[in-house]
Design a protein around this ligand. Structure first.
Ligand SMILES: [Zn+2]
Length: 267
């Protein structure tokens, strides 16, 4: 389910960019990077399903996104094949790294056009999957995405280094999510080794090494199971608390600027 992938992606980002640095000294980021990175990772946690023509991301920017979905489906051998493997994850991270390199000199300084556009696209699909604006359709999703990407470009243009990491975390969380809920993922694709006939009868092994060669750890049962929902509630709550704390910090950082502006305007 798209929303579940997006929520776990955002939670993983909060863990790496916010909780991790404070407790273990990992990758420290400021409030902008935590909030916007979490939303972006909600989106990067959905790119693996671009191999399916009815996925959220396939419908995100018609007709381009639909055409890409069919292309990926053909190139990666169908749904839940190449894009759900270590090789597929590597390709997505490489693409994000390349996008982050694309910069343009303008009179306002160096603008990270590639990273900005990719981030905007990722936030748009995260907003869609999480049903952030359920009543007012795609316009509010895009406006929200544009604002968020604009915030980074404006306040921290040198911060885009986190984009490939966001892709790595998002794709990783997606693959793990499918590994523990669905019929499994072909981690070593294009190398797919099907189990010998004898193994297919061994009770536990049969569920882990699937007849189609995929690897599965069905800890949460089928996709959409009660166990999946039970895990999702604390995961989503954690993501929301982390983002709210950083958002509060961000809002406080913005306040003095506004009072300065008002003072200058003589208000
Ligand atoms: Zn998937």
């Amino acid at each position: 389910m798209g929303g579940h992938h997006a929520a776990s992606g955002a939670a993983a980002w909060v863990a790496v960019a916010s909780t991790g640095p404070y407790t273990l000294g990992w990758y420290p980021l400021d409030a902008t990077g935590i909030v916007i990175g979490a939303m972006a990772t909600g989106g990067t946690a959905l790119v693996c399903d671009w191999d399916h023509r009815s996925s959220t991301i396939a419908h995100s920017l018609p007709p381009l996104s639909n055409v890409i979905a069919v292309g990926i489906e053909n190139a990666s051998g169908g749904h839940r094949q190449g894009t759900h493997s270590i090789l597929g994850a590597g390709c997505f991270v490489l693409l994000a790294t390349m996008a982050a390199q694309f910069q343009v000199h303008t009179r306002w300084g160096l603008l990270s056009v590639g990273a900005g556009l990719l981030c905007m696209f990722m936030i748009n699909i995260a907003a869609k999957a999480l049903k952030l604006f359920p009543k007012s359709g795609w316009i509010s999703n895009w406006v929200f995405a544009l604002l968020m990407a604009g915030l980074v470009t404006w306040f921290a243009p040198d911060q885009w280094t986190w984009l490939p990491l966001s892709m790595l975390i998002g794709v990783g969380v997606h693959i793990i999510g499918d590994l523990i809920t669905t019929g499994g993922v072909p981690l070593l694709w294009p190398i797919v080794i099907k189990p010998p006939r004898l193994f297919r009868r061994v009770p536990l092994l049969r569920n882990v090494w699937r007849p189609n060669g995929a690897l599965s750890l069905p800890l949460l049962g089928r996709a959409g199971s009660r166990r999946e929902w039970l895990l999702l509630i604390p995961v989503s709550a954690y993501a929301m608390v982390g983002m709210a704390l950083a958002g509060w910090e961000l809002a406080r950082a913005l306040v003095p600027d506004w009072t300065l502006i008002w003072a200058r305007l003589g208000l």
